[in-house]
Write a protein that binds this ligand. Structure first.
Ligand code: FE2
Ligand code: FE2
Length: 205
């Protein structure tokens, strides 16, 4: 028989997850500001895009806490202070936290929920864990490109998209300003990371 929600570890874990997601949302919003200040507008937008998804995760966990409406849930937990100027460092820290959620924290919370008989809650932990894996990979990929000076430059010709006007630049080195809208190069994102891009529109090598 399923244990009562009030006595469960799952109730606490949902609150831990809600706290974690809420903080991730704020950390990414702050990181977006740091990236923007340094002219990395596309990376700033990727942080904001991800921050919005963390809000959605928080909302899902909060929804599952509805059974405890009006109560206060005490939790303990450790939360990171990822206060860095360097955008590479911000991306690596974000990647690290996402991986921890995906690899470790949410699967463990899911297993506990399952053991306690909370299947809907377990599924939320497992499903959101898989999203965090995608977040980790995206942040990791961006960090790697910046660290290797390959974000704006490539040995092979490739495509980048200007996130301001949508221009696809085909070449090896992103120009200092977009040839169409004249916005700074920081608006460009490698086409593989551009949103809503249908592959048929890309230039062929
Ligand atoms: Fe999340
Ligand atoms: Fe995430």
């Amino acid at each position: 028989m399923a244990m009562s929600f009030n006595e469960s570890k799952t109730r606490e874990n949902l609150m831990r997850a809600f706290a974690g997601e809420s903080q991730a949302r704020n950390r990414y919003t702050i990181a977006a500001g740091a990236a923007e200040k340094q002219g990395m507008y596309a990376i700033s937008q990727i942080f904001l895009f991800t921050a919005d998804q963390e809000r959605a995760h928080a909302e899902r966990y909060y929804e599952l806490l509805k059974k405890s409406a009006g109560e206060t849930i005490k939790i303990d937990g450790g939360y990171p202070v990822d206060h860095f100027e360097s955008v590479e460092k911000l991306l690596r820290a974000a990647e690290h936290n996402e991986l921890e959620e995906f690899d470790d924290v949410y699967p463990a919370f899911g297993d506990i929920a399952k053991e306690e008989g909370f299947i809907e809650e377990a599924n939320a932990f497992y499903q959101i864990a898989r999203i965090e894996e995608i977040h980790a990979k995206r942040f990791g990929k961006l960090a790697e490109l910046l660290e290797n000076n390959q974000y704006y430059e490539s040995t092979d010709t490739q495509d980048w998209m200007c996130l301001n006007c949508g221009h696809i630049f085909h070449g090896k080195l992103v120009p200092n300003v977009c040839p169409v809208c004249h916005y700074e190069r920081g608006y460009f994102v490698p086409a593989g990371l551009a949103p809503y891009l249908e592959c048929g529109f890309l230039n062929q090598k």
